[in-house]
Write a protein that binds this ligand. Structure first.
Ligand code: HEM
Length: 409
């Protein structure tokens, strides 16, 4: 199969549903391969992806670099423009300025200090799950736990009132469509509509926090917006608030869903985790590797001499970094298609690497550990009640529904 056919297949519902055979076909073409007649390369190698992520000769296509005719097709303040004003799609030096402003609010201390609150929220949600599943009723794990837990945590950090939290699931889902592989902007309508709604919400919340600051992230970012030196512009404030909200739960929701489903498929592994023979943290790392919540990202060559392992990438050309494929790279992982949380030196690229290394990785790992520790202890008999339904997405891989029986008394 040629590289262009593989990319085409990854853009179909079947390819998105089961991308791993397509990744294997891409690997047959080499760790990195130019796509014929397109300004694009396909990269599947773990070492190559890791190197590109850490190499500043490669960067993001930020909004101002988009051709003017493309920008003309995009809604002002819509999904693409808003996310482009966040650190996720910025290059240095702007990226450095914005990331350091946001990370000074999103500190390790703030994350670590949240552990008791995360435990409390998890216990309360597990109580609700037990009540919903009482008498053997099937319950949807995705809606009732995998979404609610991380959205509650990030909203707690941001300072979003409790009553508003559960409305964000469809909005984030629509917004993140901008991260998908697509060959036209025609499908951006729902993403733009969701973005406008979220912008209105956060504009109002930021105004309230400007009036009356609290000990939360929105207040801290509003302060960075008001600072004089190297401040966060209004567009950057909103772009980064939207990014934190969406990145703060969409991906973690999928980590929890993918992780529980893998447990159902590998009961012997789950049994060993329950008995304490396999640390929950190692289980989480293997879920991240085996079925990564983020399957791909991309970079553009920003300089004339960009290359990886002797393979040149011309300035302006894009490299699709297939993280999901890198995690099955036999040069990096022995028996890569086996789900094995005891594998040594397991360092997945699920959180990226280099200057864009996920700001929330510590929080996501903490949430994953607490969720599985408590879930497995609380529901020793939890089982799958029906086939799950996958979301029709490639980049953010997860389930729409995962029906379970909690087995709770
Ligand atoms: C960036 C994955 C959870 C906030 C990234 C990137 C990846 C990623 C792959 C880099 C993208 C690139 O280089 O193109 C994940 C996964 C998560 C997760 C798999 C959960 C399992 C979180 C959480 C938060 C968060 C909980 C925040 C509360 C961010 C931010 C960035 C980012 C702000 C942008 C960093 C930058 O561009 O400098 N994440 N993430 N993420 N993530 Fe996460």
């Amino acid at each position: 199969m040629e590289a262009e056919a593989i990319i085409g297949a990854l853009m179909t519902p079947e390819g998105r549903g089961e991308p791993y055979p397509l990744y294997a076909a891409a690997r047959e073409l080499g760790a990195i391969r130019k796509v014929k007649d397109w300004p694009m390369h396909l990269c599947t190698g773990y070492d190559e992806i890791n190197a590109i992520l850490r190499d500043n000769a490669f960067g993001k296509m930020d909004f101002d670099m988009l051709p003017a005719e493309w920008r003309g097709l995009l809604l002002p303040d819509g999904a693409m423009e808003s996310i482009s004003r966040s650190m996720l799609l910025m290059n240095p030096p702007g990226h450095r300025r914005v990331r350091s402003l946001v990370s000074s609010a999103f500190t390790q201390r703030r994350v670590a200090g949240l552990e008791p609150a995360i435990e409390r929220m998890t216990d309360a949600l597990l109580d609700e799950l037990a009540a919903l599943g009482a008498g053997g009723e099937p319950v949807d794990f995705m809606e009732n736990f995998a979404f609610r837990m991380p959205v509650s945590v990030i909203c707690e950090m941001l300072g979003v009132p409790e009553a508003d939290r559960y409305r964000f699931r469809p909005l984030a889902h629509d917004l993140t469509f901008v991260l998908e592989l697509t060959d036209s902007f025609d499908d951006f309508g729902p993403a733009d509509a969701a973005t406008l709604e979220l912008r209105a919400y956060f504009t109002e919340l930021a105004a309230r926090r400007r009036e009356q600051p609290q000990d939360d992230l929105v207040s801290a970012m509003v302060q960075a917006n008001d600072a004089h030196d190297g401040r966060l512009s209004d567009a950057e404030l909103l772009g980064n608030l939207l990014l934190l909200l969406v990145a703060g739960f969409e991906t973690t929701t999928n980590l929890l869903g993918n992780g529980l489903y893998l447990g159902f498929r590998h009961p012997e592994v789950l049994g060993r985790v329950r008995k304490g023979e396999i640390p929950v943290a190692a289980y989480v790392e293997e879920v991240l590797r085996y079925d990564s919540p983020v399957q791909l990202t991309s970079r553009f060559a920003l300089t004339e001499d960009a290359h990886v392992g002797g393979h040149p990438v011309a300035r302006g050309e894009q490299v699709m970094l297939l993280i999901g494929a890198a995690h099955r790279d036999p040069k990096r992982f022995a028996n890569p298609d086996v789900f094995d949380p005891t594998r040594p030196d397991n360092v997945p690229l699920s959180f990226g690497a280099g200057i864009h290394y996920c700001l929330g990785q510590g929080l996501a790992r903490l949430e994953g550990r607490v969720a599985f520790e408590k879930l497995l202890a609380r529901f020793p008999e939890i089982e799958q009640a029906a086939e799950p339904e996958r979301r029709d997405r490639l980049v953010l891989r997860g389930y729409e529904t995962l029906p379970v029986r909690t087995g709770a008394p």
